[in-house]
Design a protein around this ligand. Sequence first.
Ligand SMILES: O=C(O)CCC(=O)C(=O)O
Length: 251
Amino acid sequence: MTASPLKEQYDRDGFVVVRDFLPVEEFNELQNQLDFYIREIVPTLPDSDAFYHDKSRTETLKQLQHMKHHPFFANYHEHPRWRELATELIGEPCDAKDPEWFNKPRGTDHPTPPHQDNFYFCLRPANVLTMWLALDHVDAENGCLRYVRGSHLEGIRPHLKTRVLGFSQGIFDYGPDDEAREVEMHLAPNDLIVHHGETIHRAEANRSSARDRRAFAMVFRGESCVRDEEAFSRYEASMNSQHCEMGLATT
Ligand SMILES: O=C(O)CCC(=O)C(=O)O
């Protein structure tokens, strides 16, 4: 069977874009459910599941992890459109982790350090991808993602501990050669980007004073993936020590 153009592009570049991903009524429903989750559930969550730029200001909520505290999100990984696309790109049956939500709230200053997701996941083989759905218009001003094209074919680069909550490790020798290969991902609400677990990516801070930069994401892993437990324990210990240094409760 020949690969679809989308799969060929994903295999070659390490990322693809799908414009207008969800039917409009499903996109609106997702946004309504997110509003509900943030209003009603987030205030009850432990530190490990909701990260703030400044915890004393709720409008600086910047990341939600483990979004399983409501049936809509606990079951969202069953959604056929997400699952079918993930299976096509991964090339084998796959399953998803709990959804995540990312924001760069207006008026905050937090870049996403250059990293490879599979440095965190420690999966072998790296048959894993992240699907990231834009909820706002996203461009260079409000901190779009930037992908290093083809970097998923070049192995895992060394990472070191960062001071960025939610992205505890970053590539420390990221330089001008990497930046020259970056592709800026400009998106409209309901555009989806999908990246391979070893594609290097980063984002600058949101410089806009009027616009947030929100996204909803899910990670799918192929059934052949096995976690390297030793590598994962090292990663977890480093993340927990970062959380301690930042005064957060550890998981
Ligand atoms: O939203 C961001 O700035 C980063 C997201 C990311 O790194 C990811 O989903 O893998």
